[in-house]
Ligand binder design. Structure first.
Ligand SMILES: [Zn+2]
Length: 298
C-alpha cells in the first residue's frame, strides 16, 4: 500500500514539478504602446500571448518616459520610492537614501540585486540597446552587462548568450520602436513596421531558446516602458500609459486575459515570485499570481 501511495504521489507530483521554471527571460521593447495590438503584425508576440497570460493595458508610471519606467519595472516600486523620477535623475540623490535596511550609496534594490543576494551564484545577463539603461543597474549585481548598439545586435548577442548557457535571468532591451515613435510618429505605418521588426527579433530569440533546449524551462515576460502619441510621450493619455504585459512559460496559464490592473513595478515582484525569491519590504509591486496555474512557492 505504501508503495502504491508513493507511486501515486510521484505520478501526481511530476506534472507540477515539470512545470517549475528554471530561467526567466524579460524582454523590454522601448516605446511599445499597448495600442499597437492588434494593429501591428506580431505573430511571435501573439503566439506568446496565446501560450500564456496577457494584457495590453498594463500601466507604466508617470511621467510616461523611459528611465523611471525601466527603473520601476526592475525595482518593484514607483519613482517616489526609487528616487528615479525622470531621465535626468541624479545618481547622487538616487543613491543618497538607505533602502530596505541596506547602507547608503546603492540604488534602490532591483530584481538583479535581490537575485544576486539570495542566490549568489546566479547568472544574470543584461543586454541593453539604450545606453542609459546602464545608470539603472549596478554591475556588481550582474554577470554580464553589454550595451548593444542596434536592435539586430541585441538579438545576435542574446542568441550567443543563450547558446553559451541560458542565464538564470536574462534581460533584453530593444530601443528601435521608440526611435520610430520619435522620428516617424506613433500610430503610423513606419511605427508599426518597427513593431513588426521587434516581433521578428523576439522570434529569433525564442528560436534560440528552443535550439538550446531551454524553452520549456523558461518563463518569458514581454513588456515596455511606455507608449506614445504624435512624436513623443510623457503624458497621462492611455496611448502613452498603456503597455503590453505578456507572460508565458512553465506554470503559466494559457490563453488567459489578465483583467486585474497591472503596474510596471509588478514585473519585478512577479519575477521574484517565479524565481522563489523573497521580495524586499520596500517594494510596492505584487506578483501577478492570476497568471499562474500553480502556486510557485510550493
Ligand atoms: Zn522609452
Amino acid at each position: 500500500m505504501k508503495k502504491l501511495l508513493f507511486v501515486l504521489l510521484t505520478f501526481c507530483a511530476l506534472p507540477l514539478l515539470a512545470q517549475k521554471p528554471k530561467y526567466v527571460l524579460l524582454i523590454g521593447i522601448d516605446g511599445l504602446g499597448g495600442y499597437a495590438f492588434p494593429k501591428a503584425e506580431t505573430p511571435n508576440i501573439d503566439e506568446l500571448a496565446k501560450n500564456g497570460a496577457s494584457t495590453y493595458t498594463a500601466k507604466c508610471v508617470m511621467p510616461s518616459s523611459s528611465s523611471q519606467n525601466w527603473a520601476s519595472m526592475i525595482m518593484g516600486a514607483p519613482p517616489k520610492y526609487t528616487n528615479i523620477p525622470r531621465n535626468g535623475f541624479s545618481i547622487k540623490k538616487a543613491t543618497g537614501t538607505a533602502y530596505c535596511g541596506r547602507p547608503k550609496g546603492r540604488l534602490f534594490p532591483s530584481i538583479y540585486t535581490i537575485l544576486r543576494e539570495q542566490k549568489p551564484t546566479s547568472k544574470i545577463v543584461v543586454l541593453h540597446h539604450w545606453g542609459d539603461y546602464d545608470r539603472l543597474v549596478e554591475d556588481k549585481d550582474l554577470t554580464i552587462r553589454k550595451h548593444t548598439k542596434t536592435e539586430d545586435s541585441t538579438a545576435i548577442a542574446a542568441v550567443d548568450v543563450i547558446k553559451n548557457g541560458m542565464p538564470d535571468l536574462l534581460f533584453l532591451h530593444f530601443d528601435h520602436v521608440d526611435h520610430a515613435g520619435h522620428s516617424i510618429g506613433h500610430n503610423t505605418d513606419g511605427y508599426y513596421k518597427a513593431v513588426a521588426k521587434a516581433d521578428s527579433l523576439v522570434g529569433v530569440v525564442i528560436a534560440a531558446l528552443k535550439t538550446a533546449g531551454v524553452y520549456d524551462d523558461t518563463v518569458i515576460i514581454l513588456t515596455a516602458d511606455h507608449g506614445g502619441k504624435g512624436k513623443g510621450h510623457g503624458g497621462p493619455s492611455l496611448v502613452e500609459r498603456n503597455i503590453p504585459w505578456i507572460i508565458s512559460g512553465p506554470g503559466v496559464n494559457k490563453n488567459v486575459s489578465l483583467i486585474n490592473e497591472i503596474n510596471t513595478y509588478d514585473t519585478a515582484a512577479t519575477i521574484a515570485y517565479v524565481m522563489g525569491l523573497t521580495q524586499p519590504e520596500c517594494w510596492k509591486g505584487k506578483p501577478v499570481t492570476g497568471a499562474f496555474k500553480l502556486n510557485m512557492k510550493n
